[in-house]
Unconditional design. Structure first.
Lengths: 317, 445
């Protein structure tokens, strides 16, 4: 948008030299760096992916045994007819909506908690959240897998300590897909809550104390204070963190793969990320993998588009 | 037939003064024959070439790695860099880096079952001009075959391993059971040993690499070549028989989860640190697992449990076949080795192969419990019970189909899923048909 406006030839008022236009090159130069990096870093893979999604591209093609043939929409047609892919897609969407929603609710509650507790407790809480956020995925997953391990896991150990409860060596990740995704959901919520909590806390600091006090004097309860005073301030923050979490949770990969390494390998335990990896990379069907990725990209863009539009609306109103 | 021939070789295997040894010894001094063109060895061209060798996992012992580095430097003056890759992501790394001349390893170890995919795609150099010099017919036949395309060798055996049964002598004899002579006896013995706290035979539901032995033992196959195309044969009657036996075995004898594969079976057969009873009376595991089985004798300095084998408590035997005295065909573990077609240092890479297939290195492998590629040196594995069980089971072992798309079948974990569903009690015939279709779609690459 900016580009079209700026590059439109502006007819300068008569009698004035077009000198100021020269200075306009500076922004272009500044943008150039970012644009080149984006084009190389993001554009090239995306273009490659689009091209590959129209090709029959398997192990032979990757290893140089044969040039890839253009098959146009064959890969996409195959996806449409692939029941497993749709099952995985539905599962992924449900999973990402549920985990993102829980993450945002828990995160906002954490932020509210931070506004209520004494400074020392808040400090400890913030450090704990920061550590959870900063923890590398692999390290965190190693610990989580151990917690849920059926033989030496802490979860089973603690449950067995409760009088009258005997879960024995209950297999948390390998019994049913539902249980597997519950465990995965807990882990992902744990990993994403700190970001939401910090963002929401930052938003809450913008809520004026006077207004809160005034509403309290007017007889507003805790829920009403949150709903009518804090929430309107938090709304844009919640919107963006919800969107980001939806996108992250839709393309979640590492957590699911690592949990699968510890047990179930079946496609019943796959989400889009792991399913695409399984077919596209590990299964050598790069063409199909690329086509599926384009599909996920489309979902992501659709999601973001929805958000960007509402953002623009809000700004213009 | 093959089995008998190999057994003959194994029994007569006395290391040493074979013609091959002489040839190789002669080569080691420097082959200066004028006709050593680029197709064969090229010791001149190899001078000063620095090459990279990928090994998979930690199977190649430190001693052997150092030997290769030293010998390579002596032979060429160049530096050999050995990089260890993780089995789990090796397949992806190989597919990404082999086609790239700048990043490809010059020589790489490769999972034996992946060989067909890479060789048919032209990822490796033709080794047929040096095949005879490296051992020819003496190299483990089944491994050579998976690396062949149109009679030319592109990948050769590196080492082989095998799986055999380890059992608790104390538990078996307390139940009045003897070492079984047939697979049927084995199945019913382990089923009788199962209690809620103890697997008679511990096998995970997804563990197709071990479970496939029941298919092979009943004369079944995973896939067969029909003319030019490979066809998945899970629905064949003999395969079905094997799969039904596996299903019964899993349900009657194993307490393992149906979603487990062959990760660390030995933890189940050991008493725990405090002496508590084991959770399994019998396991099947690769040969080197015996280092992790035995009585607890404290921790090493990294905090890992140390175990000492105890003959009173533990014993080994090859999984018996359908007829007495004949071991069941197990899935042959092990690796192949190949030169990247994109490597710019073919001469150096070939020199490394010459060192790897030398008598000394083959002996070194065998001494460390790895089945040597050159069957002349199988005797070097030793004559203890482990070596015996390893050799007996290995000589009757089988490989997965040499189909171009086999690596994709493994990569997509189709067999893990299939065996897992059978273990869960699914309808064997219906599942077999469903997964035949899935495998047929990709097995031809």
């Amino acid at each position: 948008m900016t580009t079209t406006v700026a590059s439109r030839p502006v007819s300068p008022p008569a009698g004035r030299t077009p000198q100021p236009r020269r200075r306009n090159w500076a922004p272009y130069l500044l943008i150039l760096g970012a644009a080149v990096v984006l084009l190389l870093g993001m554009g090239y893979p995306v273009v490659w992916q689009i091209v590959t999604s129209f090709q029959k591209y398997g192990a032979l093609q990757q290893l140089g045994g044969k040039a890839p043939d253009f098959v146009w929409f064959d890969n996409y047609i195959a996806i449409v007819h692939n029941g497993t892919f749709w099952a995985v897609t539905v599962r992924s969407v449900v999973f990402c909506v549920v985990t993102a929603a829980i993450t945002v609710v828990v995160g906002v509650l954490m932020a509210l908690l931070m506004t209520k507790v004494p400074a020392v407790v808040r400090f400890v809480l913030q450090i704990a959240l920061l550590l959870a956020w900063a923890m590398p995925v692999i390290a965190a997953m190693t610990v989580w897998i151990w917690l849920f391990d059926r033989r030496r896991g802490v979860v089973n150990y603690l449950l067995n300590l409760i009088p009258g409860v005997d879960v024995g060596q209950f297999n948390w990740i390998g019994t049913t897909p539902e249980l597997f995704f519950t465990v995965a959901g807990i882990i992902i919520v744990w990993m994403s809550v700190p970001f939401v909590a910090f963002s929401a806390y930052a938003g809450l600091t913008q809520v004026s104390g006077e207004v809160l006090e005034a509403s309290q004097l007017d007889g507003a309860g805790a829920w009403q204070r949150f709903r009518y005073v804090m929430f309107p301030v938090l709304k844009p923050v919640i919107a963006i963190v919800l969107l980001l979490n939806l996108i992250w949770d839709l393309r979640v990969f590492a957590q699911i793969t690592l949990l699968q390494d510890a047990g179930p390998k079946s496609t019943d335990y796959d989400l889009l990320g792991t399913y695409i990896y399984k077919t596209g990379v590990a299964g050598f069907d790069y063409g199909a993998g690329a086509a599926m990725s384009i599909f996920v990209l489309a979902i992501t863009i659709a999601l973001s588009w929805f958000y960007v539009r509402s953002l623009i609306k809000e700004e213009t109103s | 037939m093959i089995r008998n021939r190999k057994r003959g070789i194994a029994l007569s295997a006395v290391a040493g003064a074979s013609v091959l040894a002489v040839v190789l010894a002669g080569c080691a001094g420097g082959d200066t024959s004028p006709d050593a063109g680029p197709a064969g060895f090229d010791p001149e061209g190899a001078k000063g070439q620095d090459i990279t060798f990928w090994v998979m996992g930690g199977d190649t012992p430190e001693e052997a790695r150092q030997y290769l580095i030293d010998q390579y430097e002596e032979a060429t003056g160049g530096t050999l860099t050995i990089q260890q890759q993780d089995w789990t992501d090796a397949l992806t790394k190989l597919t990404n880096q082999l086609p790239d001349a700048k990043n490809t390893p010059d020589v790489t170890e490769i999972g034996n079952t992946w060989s067909p995919t890479f060789t048919t795609a032209g990822a490796f150099s033709d080794l047929s001009p040096i095949y005879e010099d490296l051992g020819g017919d003496k190299l483990l036949n089944s491994f050579v075959e998976v690396g062949e395309v149109d009679g030319k060798q592109y990948a050769l055996p590196y080492y082989f391993g095998s799986r055999y049964v380890t059992y608790r002598k104390d538990i078996w004899s307390a139940a009045g059971l003897e070492v079984p002579q047939t697979l049927e006896e084995f199945n019913s013995a382990v089923a009788s040993l199962r209690t809620d706290a103890q697997s008679g035979f511990y096998i995970g539901g997804q563990d197709w690499r071990n479970g496939v032995s029941w298919v092979f033992a009943n004369g079944g196959e995973l896939a067969e070549k029909d003319g030019d195309t490979w066809v998945s044969t899970l629905s064949d009657p003999q395969t079905i028989t094997g799969l039904e036996q596996f299903q019964a075995l899993f349900q009657d004898a194993s307490n393992a989860p149906s979603t487990e594969d062959d990760s660390t079976p030995w933890v189940n057969i050991n008493n725990d640190k405090d002496g508590a009873a084991p959770s399994a009376a019998t396991i099947i595991a690769p040969g080197w697992a015996h280092w992790s089985i035995g009585d607890y004798v404290g921790d090493d300095d990294k905090g890992n449990e140390k175990r000492e084998w105890n003959d009173e408590v533990f014993g080994v035997f090859p999984l018996p076949g359908t007829t007495a005295g004949e071991p069941a065909p197990v899935f042959a573990g092990g690796s192949n080795i190949a030169i990247s077609a994109k490597s710019t240092k073919q001469a150096g890479a070939k020199e490394l192969l010459r060192i790897i297939f030398s008598d000394e290195y083959q002996k070194l492998l065998a001494k460390n419990g790895l089945g040597p590629a050159n069957t002349d040196f199988v005797g070097e594995l030793g004559d203890d019970q482990f070596a015996k069980a390893l050799v007996d089971s290995a000589l009757n072992s089988k490989l997965t189909p040499a189909a171009p798309g086999w690596a994709a079948v493994e990569g997509q974990k189709i067999l893990e899923e299939f065996f897992g569903k059978i273990a869960e009690g699914g309808d064997v015939k219906a599942l077999a048909e469903e997964y035949d279709a899935k495998i047929d779609a990709i097995i031809n690459g």
